[in-house]
Design a binder for this molecule. Structure first.
Ligand code: SF4
Length: 524
């Protein structure tokens, strides 16, 4: 029997008594497997509690059995405790390279996930196009196989059989990996360079759905001045280290917040500092400045951007419906987005990205269709399609009664519309990432006209090199050039904490860089 995909209909009688909060109990697995199992369960249900405790009044019980040595067998039995309805599934695979405990566990997780996915898909009637893959960077998986010289046919087969990924998603991954390698042929050799992320934590107002470090700039000039003082210091110090250690910069990205929230003169001084502090600026492949909020764009600021050869900017409509913009606190109109886009074009900006969001409150298929039509008139060089719906903690999900929030099917339809629209208008997908803990198991996709892809987005998504984060809320990602292992380091999110501590954070980053690139000094 297949149930409706509306998750409300999956809620059992006792969960309804509890206020639609369903408890799913999982038995028979050791603790090391709990997290990955919970991730898969959460792909299917919205308001649930997953427990690994016994003696719980659960609505659904999933019982696992694991057996075998070299041939590992896993079975899962899902039972709805109110109706007695049960689904069973089993899967067996030979575990390769059992000598390595870490590798064994990794494969065991996959094997356990197979029967789990099967019983959940049959119980809910929901298919997961990404199969058992819950990571946020699927294309990394394909790149790993390409680097290991696995043939395309073999790689696809493994993605299909090991992860149960649907053919359409495998094709998307391949298309993206091909595009990335066409744009950055030395993608796998860039670990000896770094990219820089520079975070400016201010915006004209804070959007309702925002989770970035962004503070409304109005009346805070003192805080902006101190922040910029700290940022200039960081740029000088990190620049000095890069020069002394002969480490090149691949790309530079100004994000935030909205980096164009600060005054034109402040932007001018910042870019002057960038050219003065960083080594070999003529070899930097791309500089992006997010100008996401159209209400921050002025002719003076555009003149500063062109003066310093900023290659790429982002002007983000999110939606072309004025009521939606108002509801999400954007405080600018659709007309302003259009006017500022034309202003940027007239100023000579020839690589403009536009972010669109699927699933904004009150928006469904017809609104998104309108948004695509309007985007068509502007012809930006790239379009990034995000999906917003169903973020568990978001204001909008909590206020579902107030706003109409699209259903899972509508979101799927809109994503398909974006896919078809981009294809018709000669955009190609060039990066993607998935969102964890989001119902619907969705992805965000960056599309661009061939040759206009953002190289920084490729760097950050494929984790091929370290990203040094400067400024407020900027996260550094350290990719060890020898082992490829990844660790993170974050600057403070609050401007006050940043202003008080930026020297300490700069020192810590230099120490980390010294360790990371110590092998290059040994080589010399
Ligand atoms: S413009 Fe972007 S960074 Fe600023 S508040 Fe809105 S979503 Fe956040």
């Amino acid at each position: 029997m297949t149930l409706s995909v509306d998750s409300a209909t999956l809620v059992t009688e006792s969960a309804k008594r509890r206020g639609y909060f369903m408890i799913i109990q999982v038995n028979g697995l050791e603790e090391g497997f709990h997290r990955s199992i919970e991730h898969i369960i959460r792909l299917f249900f919205e308001e649930i509690q997953v427990t690994f405790e016994m003696d719980v009044d659960a609505d659904i019980v999933i019982e696992f059995r694991l057996g075998g040595e070299k041939e590992l067998r896993a079975s899962a039995c899902l039972t709805n405790t109110s109706t007695g309805q049960a689904y069973e599934s089993a899967y067996m695979r030979v575990v390769s390279d059992r000598g390595d405990a870490k590798e064994w566990r990794k494969q065991a997780k996959q094997i356990i996930s197979h029967p789990l996915l099967d019983v959940l898909e049959r119980y809910t009637g929901i298919e997961q196009p990404w199969g058992i893959l819950t990571g946020i960077r699927p294309t990394k998986l394909l790149h790993r196989k390409i680097r290991q010289n696995v043939s395309q046919e073999q790689a696809h087969q493994e993605l299909r059989e090991d992860f149960l990924i649907h053919e359409s998603k495998i094709e998307l991954m391949q298309q993206i990996a091909d595009r990335q390698l066409a744009m950055v042929p030395d993608l796998y050799d860039l670990r000896h360079e770094v990219s820089l992320y520079i975070g400016i934590p201010f915006c004209p107002t804070k959007c309702a759905y925002c989770t970035f470090p962004a503070y409304a700039i109005g009346g805070k000039q003192g805080s902006v001045d101190s922040f910029l003082g700290g940022l200039h210091y960081e740029m000088r110090e990190i620049g000095r280290w890069l020069k002394e250690n002969h480490i090149g910069i691949t790309t530079i990205y100004f994000g935030g917040g909205t980096p164009t929230s600060i005054a034109a003169e402040e932007m001018d001084m910042l870019y002057e500092e960038m050219y003065a502090s960083f080594p070999n600026m003529d070899k930097v492949r791309e500089i992006t400045v997010e100008a996401g909020r159209p209400d921050t764009i002025t002719p003076e600021k555009l003149a500063v951007l062109t003066k310093w050869n900023i290659d790429r900017i982002s002007i983000n409509p999110q939606s072309y419906i004025d009521e939606t913009l108002k509801a999400i606190g954007r405080h600018h109109t659709v007309q302003e987005t259009i006017d500022k886009f034309h202003l940027a074009r007239e100023a000579g900006m020839n690589n403009i990205n536009m972010d669109l969001i699927i699933g904004l409150p009150g928006e469904g298929v017809s609104e998104f269709e309108y948004t695509l039509k309007e985007t068509e008139k502007l012809r930006p060089e790239s379009v990034t399609v995000h999906t917003l719906s169903f973020k568990r903690a978001s204001e909008m999900t909590r206020n579902k009664e107030k706003y109409r929030v699209a259903t899972r099917e509508e979101i799927g339809e809109m994503m398909k519309m974006a896919e078809d629209w981009t294809k018709t208008h000669d955009y190609v997908p060039y990066y993607l990432y998935r969102q964890k803990n989001i119902l619907g198991n969705l992805e965000n996709v960056g599309y661009a006209k061939p040759g206009q892809e953002s190289l920084y987005n490729i760097m950050i998504m494929e984790e091929v090199q370290s990203i040094v984060g400067l400024g407020c809320g900027a996260a550094s990602k350290w990719v060890d050039p020898v082992t490829g292992s990844i660790s993170r380091f974050a600057n403070p999110k609050e401007p006050k904490a940043y202003n008080d501590n930026y020297r300490h954070y700069t020192e810590a980053k230099i120490e980390a860089l010294n360790k990371l690139f110590s092998f290059t000094r040994l080589d010399n």
